[in-house]
Design a protein around this ligand. Sequence first.
Ligand SMILES: [Zn+2]
Length: 200
Amino acid sequence: MTDPAAPSTTAASRPMFRLDNEQLAFRFTATLSDRHGTPVERLPDPGRLDDWLAANDIAVGSEHATPADLDLAQRLREAIHRIGTAIAHDEPTTETDRAVLNRLLRDEQLCPELTETGLRWQPITGHHVRGALSRIAHDAVTLLGGPQRGQVKACQNPDCRGLYVDTSQGQNRRWCSMNICGNRAKKARFRGPRTTVGNN
Ligand SMILES: [Zn+2]
């Protein structure tokens, strides 16, 4: 694999991926960033879904994503984001969103295989792109229903609200990424007194 975040050669002008989140499911939700500000869609077409799956080592076989796959991927992504946001704020999740994940899990089509260098995902049968999406759904369910559920948080940048798992000792991490939202906040504080009054 070359540079995993690089856009494909046919899509040089498309937004780069954010691959800094440690959780596969939350890296996937970050393909739509700044949901509450000026949203940036990083999966604008099926080709970029292929690129994202390859960049995250879950592209299997030579099959390409279709527009229907992209539609399913975006529905899965938003369901994960809504469920994660609800959990982060101690609010109830909806049956409709949970069903998007659970339905995909029922036809999971990838299985793990131990190789000399680590783990790789292999297709069992059927549609490989859908299999990759079911892998993301699996990660989301393990994360949102497992022991890390209580550590799921939403970024405090009001434009971002990106999801992450807070593994800090004091449970006081505020940003999805120190490099992105942490720095934005720092710059805003730095500029604040010059342009506004009473800003924090
Ligand atoms: Zn953020």
